[in-house]
Design a protein around this ligand. Structure first.
Ligand code: FES
Length: 647
């Protein structure tokens, strides 16, 4: 119902980025329904199921130009307290169906409150490498202590480990030492020691224990993925992923740096939420694999430099200021317990090295997975995420850079953008003559026309790429990205002063209204892709490269996009399409490889220092390249491999 005289307030939902002005007094649940945000409401909003829990952002969030306050909602009711614990209440949790809006708010919808669980966007890719984990299990049988030989337990274990495994100068974790006597006696002097890097005993278990596990984590700006691996077989036994909860405090790296700088407890908050999320993912993965958290003996982490710093608790302030230097380049080994992570008590976390302020451990992960430094072909690696990272080169020279693409490629900040979950439009085809649209929707089989009712609820990143590429090929969009106003089709229209093209009519959706791609959506994609393309062009010039032999699209999103659509909109320069590969989450693969092979950790440190970082945004030519790259596919550059399509 519309309330004409009511005051309106700005509501921004995260991680979808959907924003809108909502009548005062409406509930958050009503707002989510109006804005097509995916939110559970099993009891239909009667505050009896507790499924609609959301978290309210607190503070002045510059990036969104909003002052979000918990007091901007109606006071918490007794009915809510049945589902919202005291701890959660302090953390800003509310039931969306009970909390009424009386001021501007940012609302974060946690994974468990979304109707559709995200499909695992970052599945592990099969890659070949030697199994040589940092932790090995060493079983020994000790001679029991006697009055004649009363040597101490630790020295006894140390001597046996030297004798059997050649391990010298071993140390023992303090907490493990505290329980060593007990473990030895419970095992009747038979014990399995888990030894880290041939240096330190990080776990001691009675009797023979063969299996040990490790977890590789990729902390993306928008998504976090965890791969639980069996250290004895290298097999991935469970994969879990979720949104990065820091999204609530800023959707990109710069806004998180600002949040950490401008809020007294900013760094602490950002660190706390990511550690909490990782603990949850690891717990879920352990349950899935049927193991105990204490069986997890090692962890490797990749992420861009800002995510890395926030995770380990380092102030990211200097990443946001020239010369943008990180706190450290080298890899880092920290006790998991010191970071607040609940795995084996003595276990370490290994954070991969960092290349530069804006090219982080995630890119090093991509490098050790793809190994461009061992190839003679000229390779371009594009890691598509909220923060795009680029690598160009081969065995002779490697350069890297980064560009702020924003979350548009992940479906956020696009009016009907959504995650790659059931109901999302993932593929689009447009007939160049009739301008009729065919869709593919996640969770529904086959293609759908306007006569079908596939129940779409939004468009995910790959759908947006397809939609824009197809709109361009069908003459709906001009090279400049503007809509072609000469077109006569009811799908092209103006709503609230904004031109938009209807991708799915209301009868094809589950949200009760049309799903469109607006001029602002097209602009958001243009800005992101132009930033990428301009970056690549400058790098190509720096290396004097004539042509690209191979383009690798990395990043979970990269494996879903249609490479032809990506080239049509001009995400990267011309290349034979058969030489464009989507390799999935290569950063996560790199974390997994480093988890399972210590030599790769060494290689990672070497390559991180070898690859040369190029700052592109300060390049005098960046602006010009960027403007040219705003066009589809480009203002001037030829695309011989698309000749047939582009005419
Ligand atoms: S919808 Fe059931 S408690 Fe809110």
């Amino acid at each position: 119902m519309e309330h004409k005289n009511r005051q309106k307030h700005l509501v921004i939902f995260q991680p979808s980025g959907r924003r809108g002005h909502i009548d005062e007094g409406e509930t958050i649940l009503e707002a989510s329904q109006e804005m097509g945000v995916d939110l559970e409401s099993v009891c239909g909003g009667r505050a009896t199921c507790g499924k609609c829990k959301v978290r309210i952002g607190e503070g002045s969030l510059k990036k969104y130009r909003i002052d979000s306050r918990r007091e901007h909602l109606s006071p918490i009711e007794d009915t809510e307290k049945k589902f919202v614990t005291k701890h959660q209440e302090l953390d800003g949790y509310r039931l969306a169906c009970a909390a009424r809006i009386y001021g501007d708010v940012v609302v974060f919808v946690p994974e468990e409150s979304r109707t559709a669980k995200q499909i695992v966007c970052k599945p592990a890719t099969k890659r070949a490498f030697d199994l040589k984990p940092a932790v090995r299990k060493c079983y020994v049988e000790l001679a029991p202590a006697t009055l004649d030989n009363p040597a101490a337990d630790w020295e006894r274990l140390q001597a046996e480990l030297t004798k059997r495994f050649g391990l010298r100068n071993l140390t023992i974790d303090y907490q493990v030492l505290l329980s060593l006597q007990e473990a030895i006696r419970r095992g009747d002097w038979k014990i399995t020691a888990s030894v880290w890097m041939d240096r330190e005993v990080i776990k001691a278990e009675p009797r023979f224990r063969e299996r040990g596990y490790g977890v590789a984590v990729d902390i993306g700006t928008t998504t976090v993925a965890a791969y639980l691996c069996d250290l004895t077989t290298g097999e991935v036994v469970a994969t879990e992923s979720a949104m990065n909860p820091q999204v609530l405090y800023g959707e990109d790296v710069m806004s998180r740096i600002s949040y950490a700088m401008e809020n007294k407890k900013g760094l602490k908050t950002l660190n706390r939420v990511i550690v909490k999320q990782l603990n949850q993912l690891v717990r879920e993965a352990a349950v899935q694999a049927g193991i105990k958290l204490g069986d997890i003996l090692d962890m490797t982490v990749v992420g861009n430099t800002c995510m890395h710093h926030l995770f380990v608790g380092i102030n990211p302030e200097y990443l946001g200021r020239a010369p943008f230097s990180p706190s450290l380049h080298h890899s880092l080994d920290v006790k998991a317990r010191d970071l607040g992570l609940n795995i084996a008590e003595g276990a370490y976390v290994h954070a991969l090295p960092i290349e530069a302020g804006f090219v982080g451990a995630d890119n090093v992960g991509v490098l050790i997975a793809e190994e461009p430094y061992k190839q003679d072909k000229m390779l371009l690696i594009i890691d598509i995420g909220t923060n795009g990272e680029l690598v160009l080169g081969n065995q002779d020279k490697l350069i890297c850079s980064s560009c702020a693409t924003g979350p548009a490629f992940e479906g956020a900040n696009i009016k009907y953008g959504t995650r790659a979950a059931p109901g999302a439009i993932e593929k689009v085809e447009i007939d160049p003559d009739s301008k009729e649209v065919r869709l593919k929707v996640i969770g529904k089989t086959g293609w759908h026309t306007s006569l079908d009712t596939p129940g779409a609820n939004g468009i995910c990143g790959s759908g947006i790429f397809d939609a824009i590429a197809q709109m361009f090929l069908a003459g709906i969009l001009q090279k400049s990205g503007r809509f072609n106003l000469d077109l006569k089709t009811p799908r092209l229209r103006t709503t609230e002063g904004q031109l938009e093209f209807v991708i799915a009519w209301a009868n094809q959706t589950s949200i009760g209204h049309d799903i469109t791609v607006s001029q602002a959506d097209v602009r958001a994609v243009q800005l992101a892709k132009a930033s990428m393309y301009a970056g690549v062009k400058l790098m190509v010039h720096r290396l004097g490269v004539k042509k690209l032999d191979k383009v690798i699209l990395a990043g979970a999103f990269g494996s879903y996009i249609d490479k032809k659509s990506a080239m049509i909109i001009g995400l990267f320069p011309d290349c034979a399409l058969e030489n464009v590969y989507a390799v999935g989450n290569a950063a996560g693969d790199g974390a997994r490889i480093a988890l399972l092979n210590v030599d790769k950790r060494k290689e990672a440190n070497e390559v991180a220092r070898k690859v040369q970082y190029i700052e592109l945004t300060t390049d005098a030519d960046f602006e010009r390249q960027f403007v040219q790259a705003m066009h589809f596919p480009h203002m001037e550059d030829g695309f011989p491999h698309l000749k047939q399509l582009l005419g």
